[in-house]
Design a protein around this ligand. Sequence first.
Ligand SMILES: [Cu+2]
Length: 712
Amino acid sequence: MTLLSGKSQTLLTMTFSLASLSVLAAATANAQQAGVVEEMVVIGARDSHTVRTDDVMVAPADTAELLKKMPGANVNRNGELTGVAQYRGMHGDRVNVTINGAHISSGGPNAMDAPLHYAPVAALESLTISRGITPVSAGQETIGGHLEAVTYRGEFGDSSEFEWGGRSYFGAQSVNEGLVGSIFLSLANRNHLIRGFVMTEQADDSDFGGGTIRPSEYQRDRYDLGYSYRTGDHEVSIDFTRNDTGNAGTAALPMDIQLVDSDLIRGRYVWDNPDLKITAEVSMNDIGHWMSNYHLRTPPADGARYRRTYTASDNSGFSLVAERPVDNGTWKAGVDGHYSNHIALIQNPNNRLFFIDNFKDAERNVTGVFLERNLSLSETTGLDIGIRFNQVRSDSTRVAANLNPMNLPAGGPFMMNAMANNIARLFNDQDRSKTDNNTDWFARFSIDPGYDVIWYAGAARKTRSPSYQERYLWLPAESTGGLADGKTYVGNPGLTPEVAHEIEVGFDLDRGRLSLYPRAFIKQVDDFIQGTPSDSPLINTYAQMMANMGMGMGAPLVFSNVEARYTGFDLESRFNLTDQFDLRAVASIVRGERRDIDDNLYRIAPDNLIVAVDYRGNNWSGSLESVSYARQDKVSATNLEETTPGYTIINLSTSIRPTTRTELGAGINNLLDKTYRDHLGAYNRALNPDIAMRERLPGLGRSVYARFMMYF
Ligand SMILES: [Cu+2]
C-alpha cells in the first residue's frame, strides 16, 4: 500500500519532493503539478496526505472509510454509505469537504448523504486531507480542516488522433456480500476529452462476530458524463453526475434511506498562463431524498408512529481564483460563494393530513473573498499567510405542523398539536434572518536549518456560522446533521458563529531510511456550538410527551454557544527495513473538552495507532496491518455518551499485477474476527435480536474481499 503525501506550501521544507511546490491551495498532487512551475520553490512542510485508490486496497463502498488511514482523521459511521468525516476531533459541517472542487450540501438534515457519499470508492481517484492548519484558499469555512475527493476524469492524448482509455473496477466483500462493478471510459486526443462512468453496487446487512447489524444493506447507482476542451493554456470542462442511492440502512439514526436522487453539475475553466493563472468554477446540486422508520427496519407497533420524510437540498456554488507568481513566491486572490436551500417535510403514510415542517426553505448563503501570499523569507525559511472574509446569511420561512390529523377535540394528539402550534408561533414571530460577518486568517512558517529536518509552526483563526439545523430546528427532533447521540434537539436562531484560534507545531524529518512527520496542536474555540439542556417548559413538556409515546428522549438539548478546547498530537512515519519492506506507523491522539463546565466533547476518536509492514515487489505488493484503538472514557456527560473499551484488529492485503494493465487484489479485514465496539459508530436504533436498543453498535466482523481492475 502506498500512502502518498502531498507537500507544498508553507512552512518547512521537504527536500526530495518539492518539485511541485507552491500552489497555495492544498489540492491534489495533480492540481499541484498543473500549477505554475517556473516560480521558485518556497520552503514548506508537508501539509497534506493523499490516498490513491489505485494504490490502496479498500473493501468498503464508502470513501470516508479511507480517513481511518490518515493521521488525525477518522469517520463517524452512521451507516455503510453514511460516513461523516472527523478531523482532529471536529466532525460534520466543521470539516470542509469538496468533491472535484465543488462543495455539496447534504440533502438530509441528518447527513445520511454526508458529502463523501458523492464520491464512492469505485469512482474515486484520490482523497487528500489538508494536514493541520488549512490555507484560507482551500474552502470557505475550514474550522475543522479540509478534504478533497477527486473522481476519475481521464487524460488528454498527445496527438490529434482520438484514443480510447479507461478503467474497470469490480469488487466483492464477504462481510455483507457486497458487490460493486464500474466502468470508466474516455475518448480523447490532445484537445478533446469525452468521459463517461457507470457504477452499480449493492450489499446485504453486515455481519459482526455476534450477529448482524440491521438494517445495514445498501444499493447505489451512479452515472457520470463529462467533456473537456483544451487549447493553448486554456482548458474548459463540464461534468454531469447522477447519483441514485436506493435502500440503505442507517441503524444509528431513527430512519433509513429510501432514496437519494441527485443531479450534480459542475463547470470549470482554467487559464494557465505563466504570469497569471485563473481558475473559475461553478457547480449546481439538486438533491431529493426520502427516508422512513418502517421500510427497512421493524416498523413501530403503532400505525400513528410511522414516519416518512421527504427532504430536498438545492445548492450552488462558484469560485474565481487568480494566482500570480512573483520573485519570491506567489500571490493568490479569490472570491467564492455557496448558496443552499433546504426543505424537510415529515409525514405519516397512514394519515395524509399529518405533517411537520421539519425545515422549510432554510437557507444558508456564504459569500467569501480571500487573499493569500506564499513567500520565501530567505534561502532556508518560508512563510504562508492569508486572510478571508465570509458573509453568511441564513433564514427560514414560517413553519407549521398538524399533529392532530383526526381533528380530535381532546386527548394526546390534541394536546401535542396545540403545543406544536404554540412552538411554531414563537418560532414564526422571531427574527429568523441572520447575517454573520466572519474573518479568518492563517500563517505558517517553515525553516530548514539542515540536518534533514524542516521545522514548522503555524497559527490560525477560523470561524463557522451555525448550520441551518443548529439555527432553525424549531420542533424537538433528532435532525442534527448526524450527531446520532439519541438526544432530541431544538435549534436557536440567535446563535453566534464559532471562532477557533489554533496553534500547531511540528517537523518533517527525512534522514536515511526514516521519515517522520509529527504535529502537535491546540485549538481554543469560543462560542462553540453544542447542545445544552433546554430550559423552556414548553419545549421540555413537548419532548417529554413525545418520549412517553415512545418517540425520542425527554430532556431535550438546545444548540448553544459554549467554550471548548481541542488538544492533540498526530504523526505519520515510515522506515525502510529493506529495499522491499517498509515499516509504517500512523498515530492520532486528540482530547476535546468544554471550558465552561467540566465535561468532554462528544464523539471524539479514541487514541489510535496503525502499525504496518508493507511489501513492494516487482509486480506484487502486500501489507500486514495492526490497528489499535484505546479505551475511550473521556466522554460527554451532556450527550449521555457511553465509554468504549479498547481493541486491536489485524488486516491483511495483497495485490498482483499479472500484466501492466490489470491488477488483482485481495485482502482480509479483521482477520481474527474480533468483536469490538466502534466508539464513532453511535448506538443501535433499530429493533435487532443481536444488538439491544441504544446499545453501542459493533464494528464489522471478518471480511474477505477482492477487487479486479483493468486499465485500457
Ligand atoms: Cu435522511
